[in-house]
Design a protein. Sequence first.
Length: 295
Amino acid sequence: MSSAVRNRRYSFEFFPPKTDAGRKRFGATIRELAVLGPSFVSVTFGAGGSTREGSFQTAAEIMRTTDLAVTPHLSCIGSSPDQVKAQLDMYQTIGVQRVMALRGDPPENEAELPRAFQYANELVEFIRGHGGFHISVACYPEFHPESASPGADVEAFVRKARAGADEAITQYFFNNEAYYRFVEWVRRLGVEIPIIAGLMPIADYDQVLRFSGFCGADIPAWIRKRMEALKGDLHGQRELGHEIAVRQAEDLLRNGAPGIHFYTLNRSEPTLRIWDALGLPKTTDVTGEESVAAT
Ligand code: FAD
C-alpha cells in the first residue's frame, strides 16, 4: 500500500460491554486495536438508561487507560436538551474533544423516551452552540430506511453538514458504487466535509443479515448466495467475510475514500487481519500499564 493510503483516517467503533465477561474481553480488544494507532475510536449510545450510562463509562475508561481520541455517540432520543448539555459538559470535563451526533433509534418497547430534538441536524446545531467539539454525523449511501426518497435523505444530510458537522461516517454497505455516487451527489450540492466509509466485515452472516434488514444495507446476491452456501460454517463465513472486506477496502482507498471506519462489534481479530492485509503500519502509543480489562 502507498503512503497516500497509509495517511488516510482509520477509526474503530465499539459498543459499551454489558456483562463482566464482556468488559473483560473489551479490555483485551482495546489493547489489541490501540496499537494500530487509529485516528479515534467511537462508542455507541443506547437510548435506554443503563446503556446510556454505559456509553459514558466506556468512553471514560478508554480515555483513562489509553492515549486514544474517543468519539462518544450522542442521540436525540433518550435525553432532554438539559441532559444533552450535561453529557457534553461531562465529556468536556474528562477531555473528550469529539462527538458523533445522531437522531438514534429507540430501543424496542421504549417508545415513550424523552426526545431532545426531532432530527440530528438540530442536535448538531445544539452541540455547535455549546462549543468545544469536533462533530461527526451519520450518512447512508443506500439511504436511510425511513427517508421519504433518496433526494429527501440527501437533503437531510446536507442540513447536518450546514448545521456544522465536521465529518460524516457512512452506514456500512457492500456496494462501493453506492458510496461513490452518494459522495458525488452531495459534492454537487456543495458539501465538502470528509465522508468516511463504514466497513462491516462479515463474521456471522445471520447477524449481518438481521442488522441489514433493520438498517437498510443491501447485501448483493453474490454475497448472499455464497454466504448461504456456508450456513452453519462460521469459520468459512469469517474467511469469506475477510476476503470481501479487504477487496472492498482496497477499492475504496484506491478510489479516494478519505478513511475507513471499522464496525468492530467489539472483536479485534477481523480488523487486525484486514489491517495486515492492507499493509497498514502499527504503532505502540498506548500509555500506562493499567489496562481497561483490569478495572
Ligand atoms: P437523521 O439525520 O435525523 O435522519 C433520520 C431520518 O429522518 C432519515 O430518514 C432522514 O432522511 C429523515 N429526516 C431528517 N431530517 C428530516 C426532516 N426535517 N423532515 C423529515 N425527515 C427528515 N444509533 C443509535 O441509537 N446509537 C448509536 O450509537 C448509533 N451509532 C451510529 C453510527 C453510525 C456511523 C451510523 C451510520 C448510524 C448509527 N446509529 C446509531 C443509527 C442511527 O441512529 C439511525 O440510523 C437513526 O435511525 C438515524 O439517525 P441519523 O442521525 O442518521 O438521523
